[in-house]
Design a protein around this ligand. Structure first.
Ligand code: BES
Ligand code: ZN
Length: 460
């Protein structure tokens, strides 16, 4: 065992305490009232980075939440790894469904329960502690590291792309390292080589100029909630195929080899259903569950409203209805084009008895990373050294839009080294993270820097 791995073992309790302190900060980026808490989380990171001994630790103000950067340069001949993570979290809602308070980290059966435990405080913090192990033991850090930590990932990173463009030189690197995804299964490390993109839309349907008596007017006046339901119903067929003209135009079909690779993954569909409390699954015909949830595009209503929602029955013909609808995208779909096609389809489906407004929220491009990239090989070796198991390569259905921008603006690939699990309940009540994966994550990160440096020097 090396000094580095020893240091991590000896300090794991302190690392956990520090993580819990981080988790106690309710850094909810969507909530204006939590602005100061989001800032506190950024300050917590700057203090950590300073304390670890990084250089150029900086908190950059943006029109939104701050961006934190730092670096440690050890040699021009060494590869440079840009570590990206996000310190903002999703709202804890619905809070009443949490068994323990969302911002009071609680350990149960080896897991820490708190909002952000997995997404992304617990996961991203591993890469601070791994670098600490090198710097505090006086061991030579094998690679150059740079940090880019943002507080707006959960709201679509509105200020990050301009920031990267503006700081292109300072952020120059050979690859980006991100831990904000999931492992394939418990104790089964995996590297995510594909993420879906996103087009997020909001639709408003307006009918009469006020809510009406549904007996007096019902039958003669179009009901906006009915109209919205019909429109949504027509956007996807029973076969799971999305009925938006041109929607599949740019979708790269999976190759037979890719489909074979997905089939070979050790996926237990019964367990998947059991975990979700479902007796049956549904999706696009002709594709497996794993393919549907990672390599095929989707359309889902995220929220819908209109009419009377409180207790009892109020007879009313509502004047308005609305819905938030997201589409997950795969290469080579373009979120702006998909947003336009969606709007055109919704307008074409709407009767002239109502008015329809369509608005596009933030979006993001999908990505697939080339499996030949040597950074992925280094990550695979680091994982198998620490977990004692070969890694699997899989695509995931979630989105980290900045990954496509790293490629576009900085010209580099990202390594998605997830330590979380799909069962961590990201964005749901009772989010959690295995402390054993926090521990192994720090070790894997440290090992990755060593293996990467070895591989780079072999490549000359
Ligand atoms: N960590 C997730 C993304 C993720 C989760 C990727 C699981 C792969 C597996 C990230 O924080 C997230 O939630 N992203 C948003 C992006 C959106 C706000 C633009 C998402 O996927 O909904
Ligand atoms: Zn998230």
């Amino acid at each position: 065992m090396s000094d580095i791995q020893d240091y991590i073992d000896q300090h794991i309790d302190t690392f956990q305490e520090q993580l819990f302190e981080f988790l106690r900060i309710p850094s909810v980026s969507t909530d204006r009232d939590k602005r100061n808490d989001v800032r506190r989380a950024a300050l917590f990171l700057t203090e950590q980075l300073e304390e670890i001994g990084l250089d150029k630790v900086t908190l950059h103000e943006t029109a939104g939440h701050p961006i934190v950067t730092a670096e440690k340069m050890v040699g021009e001949d060494r590869p440079t790894v840009l570590i990206y993570g996000h310190y903002d979290v999703q709202p804890p809602d619905p809070e009443e469904l949490w068994t323990t308070p969302p911002f009071e980290p609680t350990v149960k059966e080896g897991r820490v329960y708190a909002r952000g435990a997995s997404d992304d405080k617990g996961q991203s913090f591993t890469h601070l502690k791994s670098v600490e192990a090198f710097l505090k033991t006086g061991s030579a850090l094998p690679v150059n590291v740079k940090y880019l930590l943002e507080g707006e990932e959960e709201i679509g990173s509105p200020h990050l792309v301009p920031f990267i463009e503006e700081h292109k030189e300072a952020l120059a690197c050979d690859m980006v390292l991100i831990s904000d995804t999931a492992m394939f299964d418990e104790d089964q490390p995996s590297i995510t080589f594909g993420l879906r993109g996103l087009a997020y839309m909001e639709v408003h349907v307006t009918g009469p100029n006020r809510d009406l008596h549904s007996g007096v007017f019902g039958g003669a006046v179009e009901n906006p909630v009915n109209v919205l339901a019909e429109i949504i119903g027509k956007l996807k067929g029973e076969d799971g195929v999305i009925r938006i003209d041109g929607f599949y135009e740019d979708v790269l079909p999976m190759t037979p080899e890719e489909r074979e690779a997905v089939k070979a993954l050790p996926f237990d569909e019964e367990e998947y259903k059991r975990d979700l409390g479902l007796t049956a699954l549904h999706g696009e015909q002709g594709y497996s569950t794993l393919e549907r949830a990672s390599a095929r595009p989707t359309l889902d209503v995220n929220g819908i409203w209109g009419g009377y929602q409180k207790e009892g029955a109020k007879t009313v013909l509502p004047a308005k209805a609305g819905a938030k609808i997201s589409m997950r995208l795969v290469p080579d779909q373009d979120p702006d084009k998909i947003a336009r096609l969606f709007e055109r389809q919704v307008r074409a489906l709407a009767p002239d008895t109502v008015t329809v407004e369509v608005e596009a929220h933030h979006g993001g491009y999908p990505v697939v990373i080339d499996l030949d990239f040597y950074g992925l090989k280094a990550a695979a070796k680091a994982f198998s050294d620490v977990y004692g198991k070969e890694v699997l390569f899989s695509r995931e259905g979630g989105s980290i839009p900045i990954v496509a921008d790293f490629k576009k603006v900085l010209g580099v690939n990202s390594i998605l080294m997830g330590f979380g699990l799909t069962r961590d309940a990201l964005h749901s009540p009772n989010e959690s993270f295995f402390l054993k994966d926090f521990h192994r994550g720090i070790k894997t990160s440290a090992r990755f820097f060593e293996v990467l440096a070895e591989m780079a020097s072999e490549q000359g």
